[in-house]
Each structure stands twice: as C-alpha cells, then as structure tokens.
Design a protein around this ligand. Structure first.
Ligand code: NAD
Length: 359
C-alpha cells in the first residue's frame, strides 16, 4: 500500500515508525521546511532517494498514495484533508481532525462522497489498558454508569511553545484542552456512551501569558444516559508531566487507568469477579518512553485493514468530530457563562480570539 506523510515535525517519527512497522511503502514525505524531512530520513534510515516534497499537492498528483497521514499544525488539517480526499486518498488525520464543527462536517461529507476512509489519530484508544477497559464497558460489567473523570496534569514549558509559533494560537491550535487533553476527553466521552446532553466549562490562562488560548480547563458533562463526566486538564503542572488519568465509576465496577498517558490499570474492581484484579493490574501496565505511547502502530494496522476490508476504521472521522465538539462546547460555555446543549452545530476556535489577550 502506497503511503505518504504530510508534516515532518515533532509527532512525525511516530507516523514513520508506524508506517514501517506495518510494511507500508513510503512513496513520499512532505514538509514546507525541507530540513525537517531530511532530518527524518537520516533518523529513520530511510532510502536516500526517497521522494521529498515541499508542496503536498504535487506529491499527491505524482505519487498517488493510497494512504496519507496529515501531521501539520491543527489549523491546516481540514484544508489538506479535503484536498487529499479530492485526490481519492484515504487519510489518517492527527488530532484534532479540524478546528471547527463546519470543517469536521465537510471532511465527513466529502469522504462519504468520494468513498475514502478517514481515521482520527486518537491513538490512546489502542493502549492495552484502554482496550481492556473498553471491553469491560462493552460487556456491561459496570452496570449502570454513574460518572467518569478525565484528569490531564501535564507540563509544557516556554521552550515547547517557542519551538513552533502556531502552538497556543486560536487560528492553528487552541489551548491545553484542544491540543494535549483531547485524547482523554475523547476516551471519557467514548466510554460514557458518546451521547452528551449538556456541558458547563471554565477555562483560563493561568501561567503561559505568551499564548493566546487556555492552559487550564475544567468541565462538567451530563450524558444522555444519565451519567456524568468531569474533565480537568492543564499544561501548568510543576515541574513536569504528572499524570493522565481516567476513572470510571458504575454500579458494579470501579476502574482507574493512570500513568503518564492512561497506560496503566491501577484499579480494577468488578462485582462479577470475572478476573483477578492483581493479574489485570500486572498485565495492563505499559511504560512508554513518552506521552504519545505505542498507539500509532496499531492504529495504522487497523486503518490498513479497514481499507483492505472496506470497513470503518476503529477511530473514524465521526469519533474525531465528537472529541472536537466536546472541547469546543467547553470553550463556548467558558466564554458565555452558559450551559451548552448538544449537538453543537456551529463553532470554531477562532471565535474565541481575544479571550485571553496574549502578552
Ligand atoms: N497524537 C498525538 O499524540 C500527537 C502528539 C503531538 C502532536 N499531535 C498533533 O500533530 C500535529 C503536528 O504537531 P507537531 O507537534 O508535530 O507540530 P510541528 O510544528 O512540530 O510539526 C508540524 C510540521 O508540519 C509542517 N507543515 C506545515 N504546513 C505544512 C504544509 N502545508 N505541508 C507540509 N508540511 C507542513 C511544518 O513545517 C512542521 O514541520 C498537530 O495537529 C498536533 O495536535 C498529535
């Protein structure tokens, strides 16, 4: 299967490794900064004659890849995705799939028309721990779900924001919730049954005065099934990443997944006693080298199979839109002081420009 990558920055090594691990034929790498591509070619010992492009449109036209991954700044995801779909390419879009509901809808609509697959890169859904928890949800082991909580207590310093000036801007990124916390926000919504009734949120910029968007956010969610959710996320934790934690509380089950990025099952209590909690905690305990984890390789494997078998990918564009919708609803609630009822039919990060004036 012919594969190409657009955007060879910080997260691109995870994509290149996932492509190599899955035996994809890398037919082109694209970045507007050619040094970024060259750097990855050396780092991953790719063939020296690999095709490098600074214009993805030329790459798509010349190489006609079957699968393209988009890992540019978030504000460019939608326009690049729509161009790829026009060329008939299946795509993996880094999170968030877009920065507005309207753009996410356009991607979903066009992909259907052109009969191509779209995968949203929420790779934590493939964490061993997360898959085990999802299995328990699907088996209804929790009974009636009461509530779930998502905590993202991470640290991003000035150097991180200075290294790429799009980070923390409303035009290209959003803040901590849209960039760092969206993975766990996705997991919370998915585990709690996806259907949200309403959201109340508060966001603030407490530390990073030089970014436009929030570095702290909290939210209360009421799901249609009567359960509740709590989100608490920040990039302000001193002095380094502390944890990304997901708790689920039901009538017959209590689960906690923790570690730096929900890689470790720390609590596993079910009234059905189907398994030994100590064994589960031992078995579902991964310690990846960074918060991106090991999920890109299985996400790629699933997407390749989805293309080959003509089925939906495990994390499709609708799933990407649901995570985006929840973050945008928190932004809207914070800005207006109102509770936001779902669905959110129109909203974009750029409407929050000026909310915290950058210094
Ligand atoms: N899944 C994850 O865990 C994860 C982790 C980090 C980042 N991300 C997401 O990945 C995306 C990229 O983040 P990053 O930290 O790697 O950013 P980055 O700034 O390090 O890399 C982005 C790259 O895209 C290139 N680029 C910009 N416009 C381009 C264009 N038109 N054509 C080709 N290349 C272009 C830039 O030159 C840069 O090299 C963001 O959307 C971010 O939210 C996801």
């Amino acid at each position: 299967m012919k594969y190409a990558l657009i955007g060879c920055g910080r997260i691109s090594p995870n994509h290149i490794v996932a492509a190599l691990n899955n035996g994809l034929e890398i037919v082109g790498l694209c970045d507007t900064v050619i040094e970024n591509i060259k750097d990855k070619v050396v780092k991953h010992r790719l063939p020296k004659n690999i095709k490098m492009y600074t214009d993805y449109r030329i790459m798509l036209a010349e190489m006609k890849p079957d699968l393209v991954a988009i890992a540019t700044e978030s504000g460019k995801h939608a326009s690049i995705a729509l161009d790829c779909i026009d060329e008939g390419c299946n795509i993996i879009i880094e999170k968030p799939i877009a920065l507005s509901i309207e753009d996410a809808d356009k991607i979903i609509k066009k992909a259907k028309e052109k009969k191509v697959k779209v995968c949203a890169c929420h790779q934590n859904r493939f964490n061993k721990s997360v898959k085990k928890i999802r299995e328990a949800v699907e088996m209804n082991r929790f009974g009636k779900m009461f509530y779930g909580t998502a905590h993202i207590r991470w640290c991003r310093d000035r150097e991180y924001y200075d290294r790429a000036n799009w980070r923390g801007t409303w035009e290209q990124d959003g803040g901590a919730l849209m960039n760092q916390c969206i993975h766990n926000i996705d997991l919370l919504r998915w585990m709690m049954g996806d259907e949200v009734e309403e959201v109340v949120g508060m966001t603030d910029r407490l530390l990073h005065s030089y970014i436009e968007a929030e570095d702290f956010g909290i939210a209360l969610i009421r799901f249609k099934n009567g359960a509740y959710g709590i989100v608490e996320g920040t990039t302000n934790i001193y002095p380094k990443n502390l944890e990304e934690t997901l708790y689920l509380f039901g009538e017959k089950g209590t689960v906690k997944a923790g570690g730096q990025s929900v890689n470790i099952i720390e609590e596993w209590r079910f009234s059905d006693m189907l398994d030994d909690p100590e064994k589960i905690k031992k078995e579902f305990h991964e310690n990846p080298p960074n918060v991106y984890g090991y999920g890109h390789t299985p996400l790629y494997a699933d997407m390749i199979e989805a293309i080959e078998k003509d089925r939906n990918p495990y994390v499709d564009a609708e799933a990407g839109k649901r995570a985006l919708e929840l973050v945008l609803a928190i932004y809207q609630s914070s800005a207006t002081g109102c509770s936001i009822k779902f669905p959110l039919t129109k909203c974009t990060t750029t409407q929050f420009k000026g909310r915290f004036t950058a210094q």
